[in-house]
Design a protein around this ligand. Structure first.
Ligand code: PEP
Ligand code: MN
Length: 344
């Protein structure tokens, strides 16, 4: 952090800033320039509230240099982190492909989808048992029964499962099924949920809030890491913009930005990003080209009958096509790498 004093700052004001820096157990370095004084503070700035310095008398500007998320930052962990997902079968360097319905609706629907995505080449099965729905009158998920169906699909296909926890109690129930926990966009800043995910023993997929900045996303990942769970993957899933032609706007920029800021695996969700099945393939390819380590894609055998997100769900045959095109794009990216390989 650099505290730039204004040109008229008095010695008392400068001493006051130095004292405040020391209170935070940082080392102050006073640089006396021809016009103004700058106080550089070195040390671990994690617990510093920078805004305090902005309001001290005589301070013109505060510049922060290190990101406030230490554990998530690539600065302090230059190599990609490895996440181990129990039961995952995937060649190292391959794009991680997670697929399945938005919601678990019935045993037949889930088992049919699970078999189809496995045959197409998915590595993991997704499906919500606890659903965050905008309307209280929409299908809210099958709850515990949905988890049992997911577990059965895992037994049959061997695909590890990922499912969303909306509340702390969901984490406890999901843990009985040995799945990866998904924290959805609407809960990205539910700090008690993040703390509990930090204390659980399962990998976590943290999705970006639709109105969250990249730094806010990384600070939410930091919550999970700081509470003891190193197995965190993050996911770009589209943000709210003025554009109405698609459900959200895929923030493709966020992918290379995240890859440079963090060592955590970065996944991309082209289904929620676009909200329309016909845009899912091209946008998925863009995500891979932009450096995503993996995709999470919604697939439904009968999208017209889906109880949630049917309009953005791919039919199995279209998903089959997506996997083959994504793998070709991934191969190209391996030949001309932009970032180091996947950590999943
Ligand atoms: C989902 O994956 O089904 C979901 C609800 O996603 P998001 O939290 O990104 O909206
Ligand atoms: Mn969905």
């Amino acid at each position: 952090m650099m505290v730039i004093m204004n040109a008229n700052a008095t010695k008392t004001e400068i001493d006051n800033v130095v004292q405040k820096v020391e209170e935070y157990e940082l080392n102050p370095h006073v640089i006396i320039g021809s016009e103004r004084v700058v106080i550089a503070a070195s040390g671990d700035p994690r617990e510093v509230d920078y805004r305090i310095f902005n309001v001290l008398p005589g301070v013109e500007q505060v510049i922060t240099i290190s990101p406030p998320y230490k554990l998530a930052s690539r600065e302090f962990h230059p190599n990609d982190s490895e996440i181990s997902i129990p039961g995952l079968v995937k060649d190292p360097g391959d794009i991680l492909i997670i697929a399945g319905p938005c919601s678990v609706e019935s045993r037949t629907q889930l088992l049919e989808t699970a078999q189809a995505v496995k045959e197409a080449g998915a590595h993991m099965l997704r499906g919500g048992a606890f659903k965050p729905r905008t309307s209280p009158y929409s299908f809210q998920g099958l709850g515990d029964e949905g988890l049992k169906i997911l577990a059965e699909a895992r037994e049959i296909t061997g695909l590890p499962i990922i499912t969303e926890a909306m509340a702390i109690k969901d984490i406890e129930v999901i843990s009985e099924y040995g799945a990866v926990i998904q924290i959805g966009a609407r809960n990205m800043q539910n700090y008690s949920l993040l703390r509990s995910a930090g204390k659980c023993q399962m990998p976590v997929l943290l999705k970006r809030g639709m109105m969250a900045t990249i730094d806010e996303l990384l600070l939410s990942a930091e919550y999970i890491l700081a509470h003891g769970n190193p197995e965190v993957m993050i996911c770009e899933r589209g943000i709210r913009t003025f554009e109405q032609s698609t459900r959200y706007t895929a923030d493709i920029n966020a992918l290379p930005v995240l890859k440079s800021k963090t060592h955590l695996p970065v996944l991309f969700d082209p289904s929620h990003s676009t909200g329309h099945w016909e845009y899912v393939l091209p946008v998925a390819l863009a995500g891979i080209a932009a450096g995503a380590d993996g995709l999470i894609v919604e697939v439904h055998p009968h999208p017209e009958k889906a109880l949630s997100d049917g309009q953005q769900s791919l039919k199995p045959e279209r998903f089959y096509d997506l996997v083959s095109q994504v793998n070709k794009m991934a191969q190209m990216m391996r030949e001309e790498p932009v970032f180091a390989g996947s950590g999943v």
